[in-house]
Design a protein around this ligand. Sequence first.
Ligand SMILES: C[S@@+](CC[C@H](N)C(=O)[O-])C[C@H]1O[C@@H](n2cnc3c(N)ncnc32)[C@H](O)[C@@H]1O
Length: 238
Amino acid sequence: MQPMFLEGAQKKEYVREKFSKVTRRYDLVNTLGSFSLDHWWRYHAVKELSRQPGPILDLCAGTFTLSKEIVRQRPREVWAVDICWEMLAYGRHRLASHPASTFIRPVVGDGERLPFKEASFYGVAVAFGVRNLARLEQGLAEMHRVLKPGGKAVILEFSRPTLPLFASVYRLYLHYFMPFLGGVLTKDREAYEYLARSIEAFPAPEELAALMAQVGFGEVTYRPLHFKIVTIYTGIKP
Ligand SMILES: C[S@@+](CC[C@H](N)C(=O)[O-])C[C@H]1O[C@@H](n2cnc3c(N)ncnc32)[C@H](O)[C@@H]1O
């Protein structure tokens, strides 16, 4: 079946398996494919948490790229949750002698059913993760549940450029160049075809913002960057 039509447990297993296969080259493809803009995007997302003390939750943490940026900007405890053991294990291997390692606590877990009590965190951050959740609304509700009152959620996610010429070039890039690059580097072209389809199918920024409000977030904002290639969303738990 086409992966985009998978739902629930099937989508979750498909996504988990895909990330387990591209683990070692995941960060390299990101950096090459985005001309290093991914680091800049994470920097701006993490800036949104500058006032939040630890502990912070990094959801869909992968190889800890966002966790390290959270610690770099302000050293504090970061719980890094991911459903894919291989991503965390590889990230941990690379983290071994990194100064941030003493602040980062990896946890294998499901973002739709977080293994934390209510009101555990001052901040929750997700970079390029919510698009992969099998049940987006459930994941947002879990983010809300584990935040302390006054805590802040920050989501960095791909969106879709709308400027006519740029949007056409970007779509070609996403549907042809990224699967080519990802295929060469990871030997799993399908993982990057999935990336393109998942970006196309993801809710528009105003829809995601409305979903955040629906699960209980207040003061919801969203800010597109670089011709809307990505958008940063924020929300406060009242
Ligand atoms: C695109 S990667 C993002 C990694 C990292 N946040 C970054 O900025 O590069 C998405 C991650 O989400 C994880 N993921 C997908 N579904 C998940 C779920 N239900 N719960 C927790 N993690 C999940 C995947 O295993 C993968 O590591």
